[in-house]
Design a protein around this ligand. Structure first.
Ligand code: SF4
Length: 193
């Protein structure tokens, strides 16, 4: 188990590498890479798809309306943003927010794998279809398994709808809220089994 200071150091080295990365063509169209941010000792890590317009402008994950909704949902689980770590499958924005390509994903995977390995969270929330299919099962459906608990590599993985989906399709909001209530239950179970 790494101490907090070492984790901070290693995560900041990864962030510096990401900001200078030219491993895939997305480096040419990004404004700012978004390495991810949060508590190096986070018990909960949230993984989204890729930076959007505002994230690309600011270099931070989940800003704008989806970020505000995420903060409200985290509060349902008794969490604040400063105590989780938020990252994406891709660290640079795909043009017009298209899905990540396979070669882009493969080129970027090492960064996220390293972040997970350093932080060693108890729970990883997968926000939407892209991270679920990239990290758990390429055929998995978030509609079918959202809110469930998957055990893998000694951690609990929980697929959730992406907050942006609930902004665009409000009928997803009750399910998203219920899933964050389930995250609170899962967190209690891993903290005090
Ligand atoms: S998306 Fe990932 S692999 Fe591609 S340039 Fe950005 S940091 Fe590098």
């Amino acid at each position: 188990m790494l101490d907090r200071r070492t984790k901070e150091q290693l995560l900041s080295e990864i962030a510096a590498e990401v900001r200078a990365c030219t491993r895939c063509p997305l480096h040419a169209t990004r404004n700012r890479a978004v390495p991810g941010s949060g508590d190096p000792d986070a018990r909960v890590m949230l993984i989204g798809e890729a930076p959007g317009y505002y994230e690309d402008q600011q270099g931070l994950p989940f800003v704008g309306a989806a970020g505000q909704l995420l903060d409200r949902l985290l509060a349902r689980a008794g969490l604040v943003r400063e105590e989780v770590f938020i990252a994406n499958i891709l660290k640079c924005r795909p043009p017009k927010n298209r899905d990540p390509g396979d070669t882009e994903r493969a080129a970027c995977a090492e960064y996220l794998d390293a972040q997970i390995g350093i932080i060693q969270p108890c729970i990883i929330c997968l926000l939407g279809r892209v991270p679920l299919q990239a990290l758990i099962d390429p055929d998995a459906s978030v509609t079918r398994i959202h809110g469930s608990r998957i055990r893998k590599h000694g951690m609990l993985w929980i697929p959730l709808f992406h907050p942006a989906a609930a902004l665009h399709q409000p009928h997803h909001m009750p399910a998203l809220e219920t899933d964050f209530d389930r995250l609170a239950d899962a967190l209690r179970d891993v903290t005090d089994p």
